[in-house]
Design a binder for this molecule. Sequence first.
Ligand SMILES: Nc1ncnc2c1ncn2[C@@H]1O[C@H](COP(=O)(O)OP(=O)(O)OP(=O)(O)O)[C@@H](O)[C@H]1O
Length: 910
Amino acid sequence: MEDDTSLHRLEGSNPSTQVGGLIVKKKSAAVEQHVFRAPTPRTSLLGLDLLAAQKRKQREENDRKEGVDDDSKTKKSKVSSYKDWEDGKGDSGSDEEEDKEKSRADKKERKYRMTGSETPSNPGGVSEEFRQKHQQREKEWREHGVYASSKEEKKRDRDRERRDERDRSQRTSSRGSSERGERSQREGWSERLSRGSRREEPETPRHRPRDAPTPSRSSWDEDDSGYASSRRSHWESPSPAPSHRESDRSERSHRSGRDSERRDRDRSVRSRYPDDTPLPTPSYKYNEWANDRKHLGSTPRLSRGKGGKRDEGEDGIMFDTEEEKQEWEEDQRQADRDWYMMDEGYDEFHNPLTSSSEEYVKKREQILQKQTQKRISAQKRQINEDNERWETNRMLTSGVVQRLEVDEDFEEDNAAKVHLLVHNLVPPFLDGRIVFTKQPEPVIPVKDPTSDMAIISRKGSQLVRKHREQKERKKAQHKHWELAGTKLGDIMGIKKTEEDDSTAGRPVGEDGTVDYKAEQKFANHMKEKSEASSEFAKKKTLLEQRQYLPIFAVRQQLLNIIRDNSIVVVVGETGSGKTTQLTQYLHEDGYTSYGMVGCTQPRRVAAMSVAKRVSEEIGSNLGEEVGYAIRFEDCTSEKTMIKYMTDGILLRESLRESDLDHYSAVIMDEAHERSLNTDVLFGLLREVVSRRSDLKLIVTSATMDSDKFAAFFGNVPIFHIPGRTFPVDILFSKTPQEDYVEAAVKQALQIHLSGMHGDILIFMPGQEDIEVTSDQIVERLEDLESAPPLAVLPIYSQLPSDLQAKIFQKAPDGVRKCIVATNIAETSLTVDGIMFVIDSGYCKLKVFNPRIGMDALQVYPISQANANQRAGRAGRTGPGQCYRWAPLPRTSTGLYAQPLYNPDLPLTHL
Ligand SMILES: Nc1ncnc2c1ncn2[C@@H]1O[C@H](COP(=O)(O)OP(=O)(O)OP(=O)(O)O)[C@@H](O)[C@H]1O
């Protein structure tokens, strides 16, 4: 601590007496002025510094001497270079005197590049002295007939040079170092090796029998000896290393400064590295022994040999014969081709790996495989397998792939698999859906639903309701008091009476079952000839009756217009003879000679009755020339020329015969009723007429509806039948009747009791109304004393045919017929003797009710057309009267709100 001068001690602190205390450092060295000091010289462990100092001293002395000798010599650069260092190092060798002389020569004739030096661009050459000697020797050989190639000569020269060098090295006393001895030994050893290998080599294809070495042989030797080294130099030597041969050769060539430098450098390097293996450069190989230039990286070109040969040959190469020259040129071309093809890739001739044996290749591959396998550890391999398994599981689970294993048995799978494509088509009514119409409310076929008649039609008849209640009460009382079958009846011994057999009296078929169709047949009940009841029918013959009709006056005109047109609309008043006379006119005009004349009727009763009437007029039996076809009954034969039928029957026949080939003319009677079948037939027949020009279509309609039909069929002509047979007086009540049944009963009794001649026809909406009306008329007549007899005849569609046929039978004398009918007797029906028509003004229409999803019959007010048709049932065989419960037509109040018939099409659920 005391010696430390950098510490500043506080005053009063004595280090000898005190231990510790505050210590203040003096000012740092950075604050003080810095003084540069010369670095202490480091001594070399190997004593190189001493050697360098000695060298430096020597050089200075030499410079001093040279400076004295030659002042004009340029001063050497103070900056020491690598060359200087080399020179210095070279000077430090044992042959100082020789180096001095060489360096002096360098100074005198300094050349950086000699023309004869070998570089990649310059093949180099030999000295001028050697070349002269060589030329002289070759000249002598040629004169003595001895051949030697330039290459062989070169080789000899080289061998000679080597021997000379060995001798020289042996002679040189200053060079007695062990390094030189080793080097000479190595050279000799390599030479012996070279000679030995030459002796053991097989002969090349170009080997010649004579002992003289051939160029090919020499080149073989050179090439073989330098092949491996060339490959090594290619891949391992980044820069061409100098070879000792070159240095040796350059030693014999002109002693330039550069060669001396190179030689010194080589010598020093060789002294360090005992390996004396020649390291060829590309240029060296190329110039000296490179026949196989494809292994070289040097630029290929024709060797022009040494400089001395350039004078003798064009290319500097001497050839014995022309064949050799060509062979040599071919080799050169092949070498050039190989060189240029070098970048094209390897083939079987230019593959460097072809020389390697298969065993070596396999071993090498095994080693590489082991190396690659070793890189993946067992843990890593297991992780890879787990990942692959997880990916497979994910792919299978997600459905991206179905399976990973490929089944190779494709043919068996294809044979066993059958693909079935099934269309699961379920109709709407089977798949649970309920499809209703888009119209929630039923169609009301009334123009004004708030009219009086519309309201009354909804209320119904009070008399009918009362009658119904009484009837049910009586039936219940009868059942209540019926003791048969009860315990009390059994005690009292009352036996149950046998119920009337409903099938009793009904026809039984061949199989023992009841033939219900027999009830519906009119033929048996209409066989009897109708008796005339009216004065018109009694006094006139049938022919006169026909001629009395209004249609008879326009007969020829009608036939003409029918002949000229395929479709004709005929309009006429009721009773004018359209239904009964048109068919006969067509028959008489010859239309029935190539087909039947058909006539459709909206009702079965009308078809049957009209057919019977026409058959009587023609004078034949029903079902022969004139027949009819209705549901459950076909009263036609092969002779039938005039056929009456319902529209449903014709529609059915049109399905069987689309062109209606059996018909020559078709009359659609009462087309204005617009039943469902009639509307469908309109479309069908229009198509049939367009296909058949010989078919005549006649449509009869009410007056007000004719224009629509004519337009529908294409503006066909409308033929009007003027006049009517007998007048009909239409009588209206002053006030609307609340109960149309009660009013009809009263009116019928009034007519009957008034004593006027003629039968009565009452139109009621339905069966119940008809029954109540009939019952009320009978009851009330029974209550009256000495009342004239009255035959009440109901008729409706469900009534048996025999009962229906009774309306056409003549009532006994003095008995008035009172027919109570629905609208089935509204059209085309002629009951002889009907003079009074009582129209209730209501009818039942079948209207689709979407609430219940089906059709239902409801009471509605009739239209004007219905009323006209009903009124037309009177006045056929004499003047008539029609009673209506409403005053004059008041469309505003709803009476006869519908000008025409209500078409069934919009009211029906199709
Ligand atoms: N069964 C019959 N008994 C007596 N005369 C009849 C009979 N059938 C028809 N007639 C007479 O033939 C005439 C024509 O009747 P038809 O049925 O052809 O007339 P229509 O023009 O068809 O009337 P609608 O349009 O009402 O059917 C009747 O007016 C009547 O005089």
